[in-house]
Design a protein. Structure first.
Length: 178
């Protein structure tokens, strides 16, 4: 892959000398600012046990819902059937950029599921994959309006997911959720 140009703040966060927790704690809010989003969260999961949690969540302000989980919990067995975005992630397909949940192809986005579970209007469903498995989802989003995701946004997400996927694997393996 060609070297992506990341804003300096993200380059500094993603330097090799930091722990996964330090990277994720700094990355989530910085990414929200760089992409000018309302909320960014990171969902981590064990692909063998189907247990996950959202240990990192940033919100532009308290008007946007918090989705952080304190404990690891079993994913609903129906999640891949209810949520086409998650099903695509499980197949380790490329990240998905949804400009408007309201008008998106229903084969890509379950509008009712997104409204009930998340309430956002536009989102990036960025897949953290390694070894042919899904280890996490990074999800920047906008709430009250559609959003056209630019080439810059796409390049940032591609570079960030490439750099943090190994950290997600290490974090999940280190936590050993079962």
């Amino acid at each position: 892959m060609t070297k992506q140009i990341l804003p300096q703040v993200l380059e500094e966060i993603l330097s090799d000398s930091k722990t996964a927790d330090a990277v994720f704690s700094a990355l989530v809010p910085a990414l929200g600012e760089v992409l000018n989003c309302d909320r960014v969260f990171l969902y981590l999961r064990n692909p063998e046990t189907h247990i996950g949690k959202v240990p990192y969540c940033w919100r532009r302000n308290s008007n946007y819902p918090e989705v952080r989980d304190a404990e690891w919990k079993k994913e609903p067995e129906s999640l891949g059937e209810e949520d086409p975005l998650f099903a695509a992630a499980l197949r380790t397909e490329p990240s998905i950029f949804v400009e408007d949940v309201e008008t998106a192809n229903p084969e890509v986005v379950n509008k009712d599921f997104e409204a009930k579970e998340f309430g956002h209007r536009a989102l990036i469903h960025a897949h953290l994959s390694a070894e042919g498995l899904l280890w996490g989802v990074l999800q920047p989003c906008i709430f009250d309006r559609p959003r056209v995701w630019t080439d810059f946004d796409r390049q940032v997400i591609a570079a960030v997911t490439e750099k943090i996927s190994p950290l997600a694997v290490a974090c999940v393996r280190g936590a050993q959720p079962s």
